[in-house]
Design a protein around this ligand. Structure first.
Ligand code: IMP
Length: 190
């Protein structure tokens, strides 16, 4: 079977893709191919970072590969935290990152925001980009305990609950990541 590397160390994400591509691709993650390098994510766009990761695997392992990069864009903050979502406050602590977003939004009327995922797929030497976006608003206060990252302050359009109050199965159906992934799976299966 054809091999496809997912440039991640996240076992949960790997299992999900492995299941979706069962019988079609043998999906391997970075650990599976013996890549223990922290691949630099030095670009200032999601597409740039996803492309850096997928290109690294092609260059060093000569295998088809895809990589993703995601984050939160808040309109009134010039689309920050963006590519800096994981460490916006200087720490990886989600609560500190959330508090910084809420502080910077104090007194601002526009609370529009979106989560975005970009997937870069390198297949037979060609790069393909897939994007997933979910639009919503930033709440004044945290609500809910599920999920991770900025979920407690993000309310997707069409819902009156935050991502952190939503069942994980539901979030996984409608999220930015799910949208980008569906596009790539459609391409790979097509
Ligand atoms: P990654 O590229 O998927 O590792 O995401 C980078 C950062 O964006 C995470 O550390 C989170 O802070 C934020 N983020 C991405 N996706 C989500 C999400 O679905 N919910 C909440 N935060 C997210």
């Amino acid at each position: 079977m054809k091999k496809l590397v997912f440039a991640t160390n996240n076992q949960h994400k790997t299992d999900e893709i492995r299941l979706a591509l069962e019988g079609k691709y043998d999906v391997l993650n970075l650990e599976d191919i013996g890549c223990f390098v922290d691949i630099p994510e030095t670009a200032d766009t999601f597409e740039g970072n996803a492309s850096l990761k997928s290109a690294y695997v092609v260059e060093h392992f000569n295998l088809d590969c895809f990589a993703d990069d995601s984050g939160l864009e808040v309109e009134a903050l010039d689309n920050e935290p963006g590519v800096y979502s994981a460490r916006y406050s200087g720490s990886r602590d989600s609560l500190e990152n959330i508090q910084l977003v809420l502080k910077k939004l104090e007194g601002k009327q526009n609370r529009r925001a979106r989560f975005k995922t970009v997937i870069s797929l390198m297949k037979n030497g060609e790069r393909h980009i897939f994007e997933g976006i979910i639009e919503g608003t930033i709440r004044e206060r945290l609500s809910g305990l599920k999920g991770f990252g900025y979920d407690p302050i993000f309310q997707p359009d069409g819902y009156d609950i935050t991502f952190a109050e939503m069942d994980m199965a539901k979030k996984n159906q409608i999220s930015h990541r799910a949208i980008a992934l569906k596009k790539m799976l459609g391409f790979l299966k097509g």
